[in-house]
Write a protein that binds this ligand. Sequence first.
Ligand code: HEC
Length: 156
Amino acid sequence: MKTTTPHWIAIAILGTLLLAGGIKVIVLGSTAPADDGRTAVLLEPAERQAVLGEMRVLLETTQTIVAALADNDLPTIESAARRVGRAAIATMDFKLRAKLPLEFKKLGFGTHDAFDDIADMAENNADTKAIQLKLADTMNRCIACHATYQLSASSR
Ligand code: HEC
């Protein structure tokens, strides 16, 4: 009986280390400090291209919505915003998802949710001023994420 106690201690220590390691991976993702003070998310070239491609769609969507707001064109706002809503991330590669830091995912998924909110507002004939305010607020997420992260191509 005496000899079993150290085993449990070893298992507890190992378990704690594994848990701490797991939490670190989930929170930090695959990152490194960047030269410009931001955090670099280290992605394979194809993953980086995929994320940047999504970014350009976000910029296009924002332009479409700004123009449609000026035209009072709610159906265009709804379809453009819905296209980058939460459903857009359902197909995200699991391997890529695991490399993104928790804060990045919160900001990113929150942005897609915000576009769903904009689509809902347009669908429910909300005031364009209210949609404009929501878009301005949503764009604070673009700013916050760009201020914090950059994307580096790595072979890892
Ligand atoms: C969760 C983080 C995050 C959010 C939210 C985010 N971006 Fe980005 N975006 C990035 C990162 C990281 C880069 C790469 C920056 C770098 O490497 O310097 C980037 C790059 C871009 C680029 C450059 C694309 C290219 O081809 O080089 C555009 C355009 C862009 N984002 C638009 C947007 C717009 C518009 C929004 C908001 C509607 C937005 N992004 C929201 C993280 C984010």
